[in-house]
Design a protein. Sequence first.
Length: 134
Amino acid sequence: VYVTKEVEKEVLREDKPEFNNIKEFIYKTEKIELEKSFEDIQKIIKLDKGELTCLYFVKCKNIVFLTDDWDAMIFAKDFLDIESFGTLRLIIIFYKKGLISREEAEDKIRNIREYTGLWISDEHIKKALELLDQ
């Protein structure tokens, strides 16, 4: 997992309790710094610098884009042909690969709002729980 310096700055400046888990994760990941400037692109595309730098890196490396930013996911798919995974999908993948137990997966899915601070609809949570059985 790679994290751009811009994403690191965005997350570390947030003073939200639910970001503590993310901050702990970020401290353990490899940070990359890109020489490319994204200010001009950012004026046209309404994404944060963190998402833009990640999309650039992901496209160059031909790897999966990990994000819970819905606008970034749509942009990645529609304009860059990049596959994106969000937190719910990662939990399901981890469970199916045996990296976490069924109980852990269900807990993380049911309590995703508390763990991440994300707003995820009840419908998406229900669907994610159903996908554990498929």
